[in-house]
Write a new protein. Structure first.
Length: 135
């Protein structure tokens, strides 16, 4: 099942990032993006929310990566990263609260987040554009 989290996966190639001061910069962000690991690898097999154990592992790693990326990002892209972080957090919350033995309930709960899909996809597009323009 492909959901909006895959928009995140397609949006950025994230690496292992180091924290910086609050100002951030394009240079720091680009260095973080070029450092190796990527969402493409993290979500290589997709994100199957009905496999809640694996999905939660993927999403928790993605959440940490996004938080670290936000730490080094310039202010002009932090709002987009916040959108991504909020969505990943919502997915984690849903998967932690729904009965993992009821795939229909899992799918319904994830689909209930569908109203956020447009903003997540828009944020991913903005982040890709920033990466293209500055990195």
């Amino acid at each position: 099942m492909r959901i909006a989290a895959l928009a995140i996966a397609g949006g950025l190639a994230l690496g292992g990032m180091a924290c910086s001061d609050d100002s951030g910069s394009a240079k720091e962000l680009c260095a973080a993006l070029d450092s190796g690991r990527s969402f493409g690898t993290l979500f290589e097999g997709g994100l199957d929310p009905t496999d809640t154990v694996r999905a939660l592992e993927q999403l928790r790693v993605a959440q940490v990566d996004l938080e670290q990326l936000r730490d080094v990002a310039p202010s002009e892209v932090r709002d987009d990263l916040d959108v991504e972080l909020e969505y990943v957090g919502a997915l984690i919350e849903v998967l932690e609260t729904v009965d993992p033995d009821d795939p229909a309930a899992v799918v319904a709960a994830v689909n209930a987040l569908g109203d956020r899909k447009g903003s997540v996809e828009a944020a991913a597009i903005q982040l890709r554009a920033f990466q293209t323009d500055h990195c």
